[in-house]
Design a protein around this ligand. Sequence first.
Ligand code: MN
Length: 275
Amino acid sequence: MGLRSGAKVLFPVLHIGRHGAQFRHQVSTEKEAITVMMTRRTALKSAALASAGLLISTSLTRALAQAAAPAGPYKLPDLGYGLDALEPFIDRQTMEIHHGKHHAAYVNNLNKALADYPDLQKLSAEQLVSSLDKVPEKIRTAVRNNAGGHANHSLFWKSLKKDADPLDSGPLQEALGELFGDKDTGQQMFFDKAMSVFGSGWVWLSVDKEKKLILESTPNQDSPLMSGRQPLFGLDVWEHAYYLKYQNRRADYVKAMFALVNWPFLNERFEKLTA
Ligand code: MN
């Protein structure tokens, strides 16, 4: 090394951490520098090996995932907003898991269930749950749960917005007035319905065959479409929708969600459903 024993040198050291590999400078004596250099050589070697291994295992994992779940035709829709856009009512981690894991799983499982049924694949998730009698018995439960989950969540993400414009007028406001009377009564009735869902399910504002607005709930991932009604707005009351932030306190979650209703979207949707 040509260094006087005990001389201080600035020596680059490779650190491999969560954010990848980087060199940091460290003051060392010659002896320490030699040790560090050897460590560095080993580290570089292991880093190269690790990244090669990582590449193999990533492509292997991807290949296995593709074999297990066909890539289509059903796709996880984009949220249309950031994972933290609904903070503080719904936290980023809940959104990450709810959309990226739970909703994604419904999509993957629907693709798997219909892998051997090209004709059924031509139907949307909404069409599938509207006509479960057309689905072979063998895959009916899987389609019910996963097409239901896919359809319900796809509508749910679009129905949420922070600081959305309030509903001051229009056909939906009139229909809500007819159904509930005033706004406070409406919130209380919706809240009570949400609290009355036993286990996992959804509470809905739906449009019935007479184009009237109704309040209802469904178990699991069942949709109002299964009873010939059109879902206008559904609130997910599965624990996976709120457990990380609210733990077991469904009441706090439901109350918080009143601040996230995307009224302009619902008003427009109501107009289409009742046209
Ligand atoms: Mn959910």
